[in-house]
Design a protein around this ligand. Structure first.
Ligand SMILES: [Zn+2]
Ligand SMILES: [Zn+2]
Length: 95
């Protein structure tokens, strides 16, 4: 499998613990520094709000379920993730 230059760049940043956006130090296995993460979160919040106000799924902009803010596909993804997390936790407790 060949990596794109974008993927290579991210990998290098991760190895050097640099933010992929501004090259500031990023700790642990995250790809962005605190400041960029906050900005990204704020962007994401705005996007979600705009979608919700437009009556769309706040995650993907799809058609939401009646009375909900997310669509069926996003709900399924959430369920999958919750299940995976629970399994991971169980494994950690009983190795
Ligand atoms: Zn940054
Ligand atoms: Zn969705």
């Amino acid at each position: 499998m060949t990596m794109t230059s974008q993927q290579l760049y991210r990998k290098r940043c991760l190895e050097r613990h640099q933010c992929v956006r501004c090259k500031a130090p990023a700790s642990g296995d995250v790809q962005t520094c605190e400041a960029c993460r906050e900005r990204l979160n704020a962007d994401e919040r705005d996007r979600r709000l705009a979608r919700r106000q437009a009556g769309l799924c706040e995650r993907c902009g799809g058609l939401p379920r009646p009375g909900k803010t997310t669509c069926e596909a996003c709900r399924q993804r959430d369920l999958e993730r919750t299940r995976a997390n629970r399994l991971k936790k169980l494994k950690r407790r009983n190795p």
